[in-house]
Design a binder for this molecule. Structure first.
Ligand SMILES: Cc1cc2nc3c(=O)[nH]c(=O)nc-3n(C[C@H](O)[C@H](O)[C@H](O)COP(=O)(O)O)c2cc1C
Ligand code: SF4
Length: 456
């Protein structure tokens, strides 16, 4: 592992030099045409190979319906011209909301989502041509360990105890774990949400299984007793049953997607995809078996992620220059973190063949992200380049890439973690740097409130 460094590259050649010096596997190309390719996803075709990754704003109405800020975000994303919009985490149950303003679709507010989709599809066509219709996937979630549905108080729902993570959410070792009966019922909540998403006009749903939320932690529940814990068969049971139940209700012309953690960077028996003796070592055995299960069950779109953004190694999920408060400087170079994410995507894409995989970890590369994305697509290492923080900072990057063949450095995300800091401070988030008029004052306000809470 090399020392952590901030991004400091003025040209593709300088970046190539650093990649070579570090000996990491990151390909770059000047030919950006692969990003303009249309991509088949199930029965649909995305107009290009760029995707907005799910980016939660924590800013819906209290009933979970879209607020003005939600509408603003998705109008910007849609107008930006990506071929795939992977909408942010949307809770399937009130008690599983990550915050009191997390999106949640209900029978009462489904019409508002439907109206918003009409507007965003209209905006996508207005700014990118009448033929341009992005694929819209909604991420369904239950926040499990990180549920906080009311105010500032954590209300964790855990499938197993974890001596490292429990104290961080104030969970005592003898608190009850979630019951099998609760999980059995929850399958119905996923089905209901998927049906509502279909009614609203989404093209598919993602059964979110990453970042240590409930489904992600279930995959790692080696220590849990009963039918949802212990063996690989048991730990994947919930996800398999949800896929089957959703498919039965929504039919074959609706995409079931999965964004999942391929590697938790967390010690066994609490981590998934990790070597039993060294949790920094990836063990592909179970993640690859999971990927084959997805393919067999007709999951039509995948996105890999890794790590736990709430713990002390968030670089595993999103490589950064500067960390949010209380996070140590990583023991690795950000390009090593980027290369790890690219390697996971490559491995999965090779395993699933025709099923498209959306890559991630590009935002740290700023204006050179498209050079890496195009190279990965050309090599068959992914079908989409997915942009997370970059979409907050520079939502129209896909249009600039398509029309001008480049991203403008002055508009790029600088991986400063301020949007994460707002989330950690329990606020509504967006890009503090490039969308400063809206999020600059909010950043300051939430920081002050959080510091006052800490003092109390
Ligand atoms: C503020 C913020 C909100 C996020 N919200 C979500 C989310 O709702 N669902 C999800 O799967 N990932 C979420 N992520 C993770 C991103 O989708 C992405 O995986 C990560 O930022 C790495 O990609 P990037 O380097 O392009 O930012 C979020 C990340 C940030 C910083
Ligand atoms: S606040 Fe803006 S510049 Fe900073 S990491 Fe978030 S998106 Fe990037």
């Amino acid at each position: 592992m090399a020392a952590h460094e901030k991004f400091n590259f003025g040209s593709l050649e300088e970046l190539r030099g650093k990649i070579a010096a570090l000996g990491v596997e990151i390909a770059l190309t000047e030919d950006l045409s692969p990003l303009k390719n249309s991509v088949r996803v199930g029965h649909l075709t995305a107009p290009n190979a760029m995707a907005v990754l799910p980016m939660e704003g924590c800013d819906s109405q209290p009933d979970g319906s879209p607020s003005e800020l939600v509408e603003r975000r998705y109008m910007r994303f849609a107008g930006g011209g990506a071929g795939l919009l992977w909408w942010e985490a949307c809770a399937v149950a009130e008690e599983g909301r990550a915050n009191e303003l997390q999106m949640m679709m209900t029978e009462k507010n489904v019409g508002q989502f439907s109206e918003l989709l009409k507007k965003t599809n209209g905006e996508a066509a207005r700014l990118n041509g009448q033929q341009h219709r992005p694929i819209n996937i909604l991420q369904l979630t239950h926040s499990g360990r990180y549920s906080r549905p009311h105010g500032h108080k954590a209300a964790p729902i855990v499938p197993q105890h974890d001596p490292i993570l429990d104290p961080r959410v104030g969970l005592s070792p003898d608190a009850p774990v979630v019951t099998d009966a609760y999980l059995d019922d929850l399958i119905g909540s996923y089905v209901k949400s998927a049906k509502l998403a279909r009614e609203a006009g989404f093209d598919g749903v993602d059964l979110k299984s990453c970042h240590r939320y409930l489904l992600s932690e279930l995959l790692a529940s080696h220590a849990r007793k009963g039918k949802y814990g212990g063996s690989f068969e048991n730990r994947t049971r919930f996800l398999r049953e949800v896929i089957d139940a959703v498919r039965l209700e929504v039919g074959s012309d609706f995409i079931i997607a999965c964004r999942f953690n391929v590697f938790d960077a967390h010690p066994y028996p609490y981590g998934f995809g990790v070597d039993k003796d060294d949790f920094w070592k990836f063990d592909p055995t179970e993640p690859m078996a999971l990927v084959r299960m997805f393919r067999e069950k007709g999951v039509g779109l995948l996105s890999n992620s890794a790590g736990n953004p709430y713990y002390i190694y968030p670089q595993v999920t999103r490589p950064f220059d500067q960390s949010s408060s209380g996070i140590p400087v990583p023991d690795e170079h950000p390009l090593e973190s980027v290369a790890r994410l690219f390697a996971f995507t490559r491995m999965i894409q090779q395993e699933v063949g025709e099923v498209p995989v959306v890559g991630n970890g590009y935002s740290w590369m700023r204006q050179f992200a498209p050079n890496a994305g195009a190279a990965n697509i050309a090599a068959g290492s992914c079908r989409f380049m997915g942009l997370g923080r970059s979409s907050f900072a520079y939502p129209d990057a896909p249009r600039d890439i398509r029309e001008r063949g480049a991203m403008e450095p002055a508009k790029c995300c600088i991986s400063c973690s301020k949007c994460t800091q707002i989330m950690r401070d329990h606020g509504s988030t967006g890009c503090v740097i490039r969308d400063a008029k809206v999020y600059g004052p909010l950043f300051k306000q939430y920081r002050e409130e959080a510091e006052a809470r800490e003092k109390r």
